[in-house]
Design a protein around this ligand. Structure first.
Ligand code: SAH
Ligand code: SF4
Ligand code: F3S
Length: 469
């Protein structure tokens, strides 16, 4: 029996334990898209155990927190929520389980055990699949469980999944990161890079297409180094339909009937090889917005960050991609206030932003992470300077966005209609290939369809469109 089959047995046992009682779960997902995809698997297991979902955590028999630790505010959010839940735990006996990246940090699990002793289960990123077993043991003998492995996780296949959406789906293709950027905690909490087999990925996407999904996002902390470690270290893997790299994977996914749009996050500039650029160019379903995390514009800051490229190399890569792929646009991640960043260094960041003209910039204030080299650097930047730089960058980006939004007016955009607008039930909402939100008036039977829209106006965070067929 493999590991997941064993867990499926535990799922049955939990179901039997509840004897058909109406038991409910609530889940809080606090991290990135990979973390969200893990939550879909957690939900798959909970549903398999007979729990049904509630949005009201007060009604829940089990509450699961899927945590993130990439920045400090993610931690504060968890502790805030745990403070609120104590009373419910005492009154109702709700099972409390905390999983995800934060649980791979020893100083955090120690703090939880000391300050929030009512938490029942702590599980890590490598032991997610064992949740049924952990829940069963808690229900049977009420003994606290800490199920965290400080190993490089294996690739676990076959965990049941309940997806949050019926049109767009995320598919994790690789896990872990080997890059060790000096500010980042991810390699410590997610372990080393390992890729899923091409067969498992393609079969999953084919099954999604059969279920009617139209868009897939391929996920990985370092998505474009898919199968790189396996190739370089001669770790055997089964080549399937000629897939042995990220570029060949894109080409095969592009052939899957029913899938109309393919996205991927997050690539690293150093792995943006010629074959990847050509695959994006040739595959009509692959979105032509490329997320190319910059982090900082200054070569010396990039060196201190261990990013493995210079300002010039980054800009050359952007130019090369622009030359090869017509109408390509970019999005990026930027950190301000990394240790030692001077005003002049920061101006290099502004300079790159001006030169590239991103569609979307995810901006972050540097946050010290215990255990990373950045945390030990002595030249930390004062908070007020970090905030000043952040605001300066934000003003530049918002100005650029406004200009860019204007260029959409009068154009025809292919938009995948995702549902009704959150703010107005009578409006539909969707996204362009470049990931811009578009709202429009239209019939609900357009939901799930890729349609052509005339863009008629722009409003900072969204565009307005008109259906043309
Ligand atoms: N693997 C991806 C995403 C990593 S986390 C990548 O390399 O792009 C997402 C973003 O969070 C990073 O790109 C970075 O901009 C930001 N980030 C990571 N660690 C951070 C820290 N300590 N402080 C502030 N932002 C951070
Ligand atoms: Fe973190 Fe860098 Fe790895 Fe991205 S590439 S997850 S920023 S260490
Ligand atoms: Fe956070 Fe873990 Fe994702 S630290 S950003 S949830 S990989």
């Amino acid at each position: 029996m493999n590991k997941v089959e064993q867990e499926l047995e535990y799922m049955e046992k939990v179901k039997e334990y509840h004897q058909g009682k109406d038991v409910k779960y609530a889940i809080f997902t606090m991290g990135c898209q990979l973390n969200e995809n893990d939550s879909e698997k957690i939900e798959g297991m909970l549903v398999g155990m007979g729990y049904t979902k509630t949005e009201d955590s007060k009604q829940a028999d089990i509450i699961v927190y899927n945590t993130c630790c990439v920045r400090e505010n993610a931690e504060e959010r968890l502790f805030g929520k745990l403070g609120e839940i104590k009373k419910q735990k005492e009154e109702k006996g709700t099972v409390i389980a905390i999983g995800g990246c934060m649980m791979q940090e020893k100083h955090i699990t120690e703090k939880i055990k000391k300050s929030y002793p009512f938490v029942d289960i702590l599980f890590g990123t490598h032991t997610l699949y064992k949740l049924p077993e952990d829940i069963y043991h808690i229900l049977e003998n009420r003994k606290k469980i800490e199920d965290i492995a400080y190993i490089d996780g294996e690739v676990i296949e076959g965990i049941p999944i309940v997806r949050g959406d019926h049109i767009k789906a995320s598919v994790t293709i690789m896990n872990g990161c080997n890059n060790f950027c000096s500010y980042c905690i991810v390699p410590y909490v997610r372990g080393r890079e390992r890729s899923r087999s091409p067969r498992d990925i393609l079969e999953e996407i084919e099954s999604l297409a059969k279920q009617g999904y139209k868009e897939v996002t391929l996920l990985g902390q370092n998505v474009n180094s898919y199968l790189r470690v396996e190739r370089e270290k001669n770790i055997p893997f089964e080549e399937y339909r000629g897939v042995n790299s990220f570029a060949t994977l894109l080409r095969e996914v592009n052939k899957i009937e029913g899938i109309e749009r393919i996205r991927f996050v997050s690539p690293h500039p150093k792995d943006f090889t010629q074959d990847v650029i050509e695959a994006i160019r040739d595959c009509e379903k692959v979105s032509k917005i490329i997320h190319l995390p910059l982090q900082a514009g200054s070569t010396s800051v990039l060196k201190a960050m261990n990013r493995k490229y210079t300002k010039e190399q980054y800009l050359e890569l952007v130019d090369k991609i622009k030359r090869e792929i017509p109408h390509v646009v970019f999005s990026t991640d930027i950190i301000v206030g990394f240790p030692g960043e001077t005003q002049r260094n920061f101006e290099d960041t502004l300079d790159v932003v001006k030169k590239v003209g991103y569609e979307q910039v995810f901006m972050f204030i540097y946050s010290r992470r215990v255990g990373t080299p950045g945390d030990k650097m002595e030249n930390q930047i004062p908070e007020e300077i970090k905030h000043e730089r952040f605001n300066q960058l934000k003003a530049l980006v918002e100005g650029q966005m406004e200009e860019q939004n204007k260029t959409y007016i009068g154009t025809v955009q292919k938009v995948l209609i995702e549902g009704t607008s959150k703010n107005n039930e009578n409006m539909l909402t969707g996204r362009t290939d470049s990931n811009k939100v578009v709202i429009l008036e239209g019939d609900k039977n357009l939901i799930g369809k890729m349609v052509n829209l005339n863009i008629i106006s722009e409003h900072m965070w969204y565009l307005k469109g008109e259906y043309r067929g």
